[in-house]
Design a protein around this ligand. Structure first.
Ligand code: SF4
Length: 248
């Protein structure tokens, strides 16, 4: 670690100063299962999922409202109380400063968690050696991916990112959770996807029932019968044999 915990290089300092951070949660017990963390919300995402709960974070040109120095000061103040820092978004891998933030947190003795939809596989590959745990969204089968994410080539990028995370888990023991948000009309696709993920070697999986609150374009997340359909999907996925399955 550099003296006084300062960034170890001028390049990292510039990258940290450039971070667009839209919010900072000083204590979270849910963003990284089993860990007490601070969570930084990084502005900007290239995708437009219908069920996105953070639509205000999509715009890439919106400036941040939290300076990196605030994040660093919080972590230092709570050293010994917090286990780590989670970078979420938006899509945190969009910002080059995410790598500097992960390195800084590690050098300060904090574990680093990352939430990503895998929109930037090359940047994810650079980040993964500096990350201890990844929550990776995998949204749909290849046939439906770009529709669900609202962006071309989203499926290819997510597939590449999944391979990177599984390789990091196998080679470096990086922790991970693959998760799928399921909106009405997506149950049958999600079951096919879950089978594919299990076959690909995913061990920890989470099914998340979409909620309309806070979204821009998911008008009705609870049509008649949807809760029962989601419960039936969860039962079928339970039978696929994931080592850990979370249903939320
Ligand atoms: S990838 Fe995540 S942050 Fe981006 S639009 Fe989809 S749900 Fe929202």
């Amino acid at each position: 670690m550099a003296p006084d915990g300062e960034p170890t290089s001028g390049a990292d300092a510039a990258a940290l100063a450039s971070l667009q951070i839209a919010g900072l949660v000083p204590l979270s017990t849910v963003d990284w299962p089993g860990m007490l963390v601070a969570t930084a919300f990084l502005q900007g995402c290239p995708w437009q999922c219908v069920y996105c709960h953070n639509p205000d974070l999509m715009a890439s040109r919106t400036p941040g409202t939290v300076a990196w120095d605030e994040v660093a000061a919080l972590l230092r103040r709570r050293r010994g109380l917090l286990d780590g820092l989670v970078l979420t978004g938006g899509e945190p891998t969009r910002q080059l400063g995410a790598l500097a933030a992960a390195r800084w947190a590690r050098e300060e003795g904090f574990a680093v968690g990352l939430h990503t939809a895998g929109a930037y596989p090359a940047r994810l590959a650079a980040l993964l050696p500096h990350v201890d745990w990844v929550g990776l969204d995998v949204k749909a089968t290849a046939a439906r991916y770009d529709t669900v994410a609202g962006a071309r080539h989203a499926g290819e990028r997510a597939t590449a990112s999944l391979a990177l995370v599984l390789r990091a888990a196998a080679e470096r023991g990086t922790g991970y959770e693959v998760r799928t948000t399921v909106a009405p009309g997506m149950a049958s696709d999600t079951l096919v996807l879950a089978r594919d993920l299990r076959a690909a070697g995913v061990r920890t999986y989470a099914l998340q029932q979409a909620r309309a609150e806070g979204t821009l374009s998911l008008a009705d997340a609870h049509p008649p019968g949807w809760d029962a359909e989601f419960a039936a999907l969860a039962e079928e996925v339970r039978g696929l044999g994931f080592e850990t399955l979370h249903v939320r």
